[in-house]
Write a protein that binds this ligand. Structure first.
Ligand code: NZQ
Ligand code: ZN
Length: 380
């Protein structure tokens, strides 16, 4: 096992009715920014619950954060924060709203000229951030309990991430009933995103970390088990609760302690969203099987272990096949052609970006421009 430091400061408030806890968790003396997305919280009763819990607070609202949040919109929110002297940001929504809140929290106190530099340095230049709390309405990203955010810039079709210990939410409310209104497509997306987060920290090479392996396998098995139930019966509380908690554990940084990590699938996937507008999880389901095929020998031992323990199959090839079958069974396509995207063109565009930035990912640091292009050409 490799050395690691582990600190997760987020308090999780899990379960039915827990939105009421906002009354005591959100600071009362200073104005609060209530940040939300395109309006789902206005239609499913979540906004009403939040407002009721905060009836003693001074709340300023900012809606309109889009899926794959844009720098341009976030900067408008930063202006509101500065003008109203906001001291706390409450994000209510999916990963996009939570990520936007983290960026706004850091950008509001950023000393440099252009806050996009926070993304360009992947968070290295973040020295302060306003505190953020969240009410999560879409299990998927793990943003409710990690220090990551992904922001897009429309002007240049870029999508970059930053990480900072300073933007971990101080608390997150996870009430599974807030997710009952999710369309099937976003449930499917969340299942795949959580599944792939686990894989990015697990499907590498053996690292003498049997406990981390079994944590990851537990998350994978739980997702496989609850996926069909929670898709078919959105109001089955227990299935939705297990899905929600699995998605948090998949990326609250614990699975990755002391083990090699991959993340090539995510980094290639972010480029596909930037260029073609695919949902985040849609990109992952296309890319991950390609990364596995490209690195089959290097990943064989873990693929075999995964296949044996999660699916009861003997070979790496069977483990790969089972994974794609699982994605298909929950309605998730796995090919660029399914979206009428030309694979050769996508490969060339992504490779150009990787080459320009000198990027290389994967547990061996060898998924560079050439490798990314080969992976994508094979996903037609
Ligand atoms: O905007 P509203 O109206 O709220 O609608 C949203 C949005 O259209 C809707 N939605 C959310 N909760 C709902 C609901 N609709 C009905 N009922 C509810 N309860 O769902 C749509 C998608 O929401 P979004 O927040 O974009 O989805 P998700 O949570 O999958 O977040 C995706 C973003 O997170 C980033 C992705 O790149 C992408 O930008 N990621 C963030 C990570 C992190 N912070 O650690 C890691 C991930 O790998 C990922 O990259
Ligand atoms: Zn993801």
């Amino acid at each position: 096992m490799q050395n690691f430091s582990y600190k997760n400061p987020t308090e999780i408030l899990f379960g039915k009715g827990m939105i009421a806890e906002l009354a005591t968790r959100v600071p009362r003396k200073t104005p609060v920014l209530l940040l939300y997305g395109g309006g789902s919280i206005l239609r499913n009763g979540v906004h009403e619950q939040v407002k009721a819990a905060l009836c003693q607070h001074r709340v300023i609202e900012f809606g309109g954060i889009e899926a794959n949040p844009l720098l341009e919109t976030c900067l408008q929110a930063v202006a509101v924060v500065k003008k109203a002297k906001i001291q706390f940001i409450l994000a209510v929504g999916g990963g996009s709203v939570l990520d936007a809140a983290k960026f706004i929290a850091a950008a509001a106190l950023f000393k440099g000229r252009d806050p996009w530099a926070i993304l360009e340095t992947h968070g290295a230049n973040v020295t302060a951030a306003l505190p953020v709390g969240t009410v999560l309405t879409l299990p998927a990203t793990g943003s409710e309990s990690n220090g990551n955010a992904v922001i897009s810039r429309a002007a240049t079709q870029e999508k970059l991430h930053f990480t900072s210990a300073l933007v971990f939410p101080v608390f997150s409310v996870l009430d599974p009933t807030t997710t009952y209104s999710l369309p099937k497509k976003f449930v499917r997306n969340g299942l795949v995103d959580a599944f792939v987060h686990t894989m990015e920290q697990y499907l590498t090479f053996p690292a003498a970390a049997p406990l981390q392996d079994r944590f990851s396998e537990a998350v994978l098995q739980t997702l496989v088990e609850v996926a069909p139930v929670t898709l078919a019966k959105p109001r089955n509380y227990d299935a939705r609760a297990s899905f929600m908690w699995s998605a948090t554990l998949a990326l609250n940084t614990q699975l990755g302690c002391g083990v090699p990590q991959d993340w090539a699938t995510h980094m290639i996937g972010h480029e596909l969203t930037a260029f073609y507008g695919l949902d985040h999880a849609e990109t992952l389901a296309i890319v991950m099987p390609g990364v596995w095929k490209y690195k089959l020998e290097a990943k064989r031992a873990k693929l075999e272990q995964y296949g044996r323990r999660v699916w009861g199959v003997k070979t790496a090839a069977a483990a790969c096949a089972k994974t794609e079958q699982f994605f298909h069974a929950i309605g998730m396509p796995t090919r660029l052609g399914d979206y009428k995207i030309n694979a050769a063109e996508a490969a060339a565009k992504v490779a150009e970006r990787f080459a320009a930035r000198g990027d290389a990912f994967g547990e061996h640091g060898d998924i560079d421009a050439k490798a990314a292009a080969a992976i994508l050409r094979d996903r037609k």
